[in-house]
Design a protein around this ligand. Sequence first.
Ligand code: ATP
Length: 440
Amino acid sequence: MNSTPETTPDLLDKVTNLAKRRGFIFPSAEIYGGFRSTYDYGPLGVNMLRNVKQVWWQSMVQMRSDIVGLDAAILGPPAIWAASGHLETFTDPLVDCKKCKERWREDKIDGVCPNCGSTEFTEPRAFNLMFKTQAGPVEGEGATAYLRPETAQGMFTNFANVLSTVRKKPPFGIAQIGKAFRNEITPQNFVFRTREFELMEMEYFVPPADADEWHRYWIEARRSWYLDLGIAEDQLRLHEHAKADLSHYSRGTTDVEFAYPWGWDELEGIANRGDYDLTQHAKASGVALDYFDQTTNERYTPYVIEPAVGATRAMMAFLLAAYHEDVVEGESRTVLRLDWRLAPYQVAVLPLSKKSELESVSREVLEFLQPHFMCDYDITQSIGRRYRRQDEVGTPYCVTIDFDSLEDRAVTVRDRDTTEQVRVPIAELLASLRERTGQS
Ligand code: ATP
């Protein structure tokens, strides 16, 4: 079997189509003609997105004693965003094409209007990306609220709460996964850049003198996370931002970039935010946000190292990296070679025929596996077609129940990547699947 990773520009179309056709990602409000680059995650997509978040949480929180979790509010008062600098500086340069009047983000268009090819634009003006709304029934200044454009500020405003409740000392981190909103001028490339998305961020508080070392540590740790989940080494690279391109809070940022169908682009940013945020919030709120080290008798404001990635953008990268077309027994197939931890279904239980004799043992196998794996159950179409359908959505293992199963209490386990099939006694099925997925 020979398979080549797809690197052609139509890969984006293929993955977008597959995502729609197989229930990963639907255009939002589609029955009303769609709504401004927003997307809904369908039955398979929601499984996969939850898996992306779960493996991140597992590596960031569950497997570590130095990082704790948080789930902060999405709505916040202007005070937070004034102190953080977002009200003033969280902007992109907006230009209007003088010919067709379309609006663009100046730094993304190389001086040429993507709509009409004109090179004449208005002067760029700073466009704030935050969504503004009102909290409560009375309009006016006091009611203004913002939807968070990043989750990070919740970690900074709760710094003292976390310190006093969980007894951590630097170096320690706070991790959060949640929705963020940015009124992007030009959302683009499917779910790569959307106005509503999910962020996975971790703020790691360290003594200032150790910040550079921890920055290097997290850059490598985050790159390794993608490799461990099946993205090939040559599809990732690191890109260090030039000083002039740094965000207002950053002392240094390195991106993990991914080879998207349109070229290298950001997957994740790992920033050294210095003491910017804690200092700003301490000044603005009057509440001390520092750390007193009892062993050295020193009080200091920790520096923050922040790995930040969109869960939705990461899911898209995993889908792109997993997409393959190959030929099995003279028949071409599409296969998502997703790591089993990311696959929407880890096991598909497939009775060979619809005949009722197979139903009870098939249901028995399904119910026995369900507490351990996300399972699909499919009785429609020929078994070959059903294997192809499972390959196309990345299900690593198919378990087929046939008429012999009634006699020998054994089933056939088919491997998505090799298409090899082996007979396994039902009594050993769980242990066998656990072994295949590296869990035992
Ligand atoms: P850009 O300059 O490309 O707009 P950024 O550098 O401002 O983005 P960060 O603030 O560093 O982005 O965001 C951290 C991470 O959040 C990004 O690496 C990306 O994974 C994700 N992200 C940011 N904006 C979006 C978006 N609009 N849609 C989806 N994911 C996003």
